[in-house]
Write a protein that binds this ligand. Structure first.
Ligand code: PA5
Length: 448
């Protein structure tokens, strides 16, 4: 299998290759800490060998459950937030036809998302849209108590039962949650829903290759075995302490971004030139933001969709404060073929592009942007994906996960916890008078 490629050539005008190579020993230590479970957060390392250890039985069970949902639903709502939805959405949107859900004849159920906000209008409009639809729900929550997801699921469960009857609802509602804890588990057991377990030692943002990501991806009609195979190929390269530094893209990426950060590049912008990759960036932002943003440290992960955002953020990136670097995900080969037609009158002056593929124009936009941004003082890392397929997305996922573990350890933080996420929840529960928060309620009211 061809591999995705990381190219750091356009960083070398800012940081020398020797400086990056000087991270080799540190990186080796970090890989050793991950492998031996001797670093911070070592109770959340289940993702490390997940691709190579997924059982055939689990894959089969996921595919059969997906088939039941596909046969019985025209729409499937994936309810989850953060790590319990971004990975699935990233892969599904990257592989889907951009207009799939507007097409009359649909090959796959329409996948929509809920439980990732608390917007009354969003939820109202969702319930309205579902009114005449045969829909199912995948309720994903590791803790089983996340307010956003639980609230959406309460509405969806009732609507599904009212519309489709209790018996069919039992068939088309699936839970992905903890083996024992949480309200989602209690409900699933009591109602007799089919359920999948999120392993204890896999945190939300590292869980895309568990049923959290795999079930919705299979329901959407994509090949989860190929996704896992791709991840497996990268696992063999990137988690293997014997892989030489320069042949391990996760090691090189982690070292390069840490050195850039040390030199004052505090913001990393993940760039794509394919709108289908928008949610890959959203997934990546959570992976790195939640893993590294702690102890008052960490690169701020941002993202743009080019060339769209060259017309909005391009000015800042070219010429604003020089605290950024870019990592571009580039797709070498588009799935389809489309050429620019020639036009006799040439009123739009575009005949210089006639007969060229649209992708060639896009690639020149990409190259031109890279050169302009490097000239403007923005170091540029480049990740080449041969094509947008399950295999290469699987590779990309594992590459980023492994690099994140190494990078967090180089930075000196625990990349596998997220204590900061609790602060807003405590305040929200106090403000909403949740039982058990009486003291906090009093304290917070005194501040208003
Ligand atoms: O990465 C994480 O841990 C978070 O983003 C969680 O996935 C998110 O908060 C959802 O949590 P849960 O799956 O418990 O509902």
């Amino acid at each position: 299998m061809e591999k995705i490629k990381l190219n750091i050539e356009k960083v070398l005008g800012f940081v020398s290759k020797e400086t990056i190579a000087s991270y080799e020993a540190k990186v080796k230590d970090c890989i050793g800490m991950l492998e031996n479970g001797t670093g911070k957060g070592n109770d959340f390392l289940g993702w490390l060998h997940l691709p190579s250890s997924i059982s055939k039985e689990l894959l089969k069970d996921l595919e059969e459950t997906a088939e039941t949902l596909r046969e019985n639903c025209e729409v499937v709502v994936v309810a989850g937030i953060g790590g319990s939805y971004l990975g699935a959405r990233a892969v599904i949107e990257a592989l889907s036809n951009s207009f799939a859900w507007l097409q009359k004849k649909k090959k796959n159920p329409v996948i929509i998302y809920a439980g990732h906000n608390i917007s009354e209008d969003y939820l109202y409009e969702l319930t309205k849209y579902l009114k005449d639809k045969d829909f199912g729900v995948i309720n994903i929550s590791k803790s089983g108590t996340t307010t956003e997801t639980a609230l959406a699921f309460r509405l969806l469960k009732k609507q599904c039962e009212d519309q489709r009857g209790k018996k069919m609802a039992r068939k088309v509602i699936v839970a992905v949650t903890d083996a024992k804890k949480g309200a989602a588990r209690t409900t699933a057991d009591k109602e007799g829903y089919k359920s999948f377990i999120i392993p204890d030692n896999v945190g939300g943002r590292f869980s895309v290759l568990t049923p959290v990501g795999l079930l919705p991806i299979a329901v959407a009609g994509f090949d989860i075995r190929k996704l896992v195979e791709g991840a497996c190929a990268m696992e063999q390269t990137c988690s293997n302490p014997a892989t030489p530094f320069w042949e391990n893209p996760s090691a090189v990426y982690a070292a390069t971004r840490n050195e850039l950060y040390r030199q004052g590049k505090k913001i990393e912008i993940l760039v794509n030139f394919q709108p289908k990759l928008h949610y890959v960036s959203e997934w990546w932002k959570q992976l790195y933001g939640e893993s590294e943003g702690k102890d008052h440290k960490g690169i701020f992960p941002a993202s743009v969709d080019f060339s769209t955002d060259l017309h909005s953020m391009g000015q800042w990136i070219q010429d604003g404060e020089r605290s950024i670097f870019e990592t571009v995900i580039s797709v070498c080969k588009p799935e389809h073929h489309l050429e620019v037609p020639s036009d006799e009158e040439n009123l739009d002056g575009l005949n210089f592009l006639a007969d060229k593929r649209v992708d060639e124009v896009n690639k020149m936009a990409e190259l031109g942007t890279q050169l302009a941004h490097v000239d403007g003082g923005v170091p540029n890392l480049h990740i080449a994906l041969p094509a947008l397929t399950e295999e290469y997305l699987g590779q990309l996922i594992y590459f980023f996960e492994m690099a994140c573990g190494i990078s967090g350890y180089i930075l000196g933080v625990n990349p596998f916890n997220q204590p900061g996420v609790e602060a807003y929840k405590r305040n929200m529960f106090a403000l909403l008078d949740k039982p058990g928060y009486e003291e906090e309620s009093k304290a917070i009211r005194a501040r208003l």
